[in-house]
Design a binder for this molecule. Sequence first.
Ligand SMILES: C[S@@+](CC[C@H](N)C(=O)[O-])C[C@H]1O[C@@H](n2cnc3c(N)ncnc32)[C@H](O)[C@@H]1O
Length: 240
Amino acid sequence: MTRWTQQAAEDYAAVGQQTHVQIFGSRLTQMMGDLHGAKALDFGCGPGRLSMAMLQLGAAHVTGIDQSRVMIDTARHEAEQAGVSNRLTLAVGDETSLPASEPVDAVLCSLALMMCETEQRLRQSIQGIMQSLRPGGCAAITLTHPCFRREPYPMFCYEMPTDYNYFEGGTPYRVHIQSADVDREAIIVDHHWPLSMYMQALIDAGGRITNVMELAAAYDDGDQPIGPPAYLAISASRES
Ligand SMILES: C[S@@+](CC[C@H](N)C(=O)[O-])C[C@H]1O[C@@H](n2cnc3c(N)ncnc32)[C@H](O)[C@@H]1O
């Protein structure tokens, strides 16, 4: 498991803003629907940038949960700086903390599920996400695209083991994240899970898939993708 030191969390917050946060942040409505007045959960919130993006889109309240105390402290500091602490509740927790006490309208889980080391944790996380929703609520899950682990990306690269096999779940690998604007690198350890495993776990948890987007790591001024698919964003509603 990635152990976040203060420095690693700060590096991640600094480079993450330059990479996926802008890309996902500008597509949250497409992924999650209209967030005005919504109560939302951000599972694996990290430094909380996307929690704050949900507030900016009109969410009434967001609860951010992360297994790392360092990340929650970083998110709390950022929320205070942004003056949104009264609408953002932050707590240390993991999949065993779900479902949250009150059902929510929307759940975001961004780039967190690849950190699950076991299939059991992965399935329990997805179940917890779906069970946290009210019937009809929407979950958006973003992943690094599991089908393109050997492609070059502008902002990050994978250090895949030489014996990496796509069909085998759980393979750990390092991700190096850089930014054009910030002279820092963040390194995290993720685990490879095949696409079918994520989709099946979501279906088994009662999710009805409503939207799927394959996203590049960068876009040009005309919003055209630069480079191969880097991310996958899957939205699912809770039927009952
Ligand atoms: C790569 S960061 C992404 C942070 C944020 N969601 C974003 O998109 O910027 C993944 C975060 O998920 C958290 N995480 C991973 N697995 C988790 C779990 N099972 N329960 C709670 N937090 C988890 C990690 O501690 C980390 O802060």
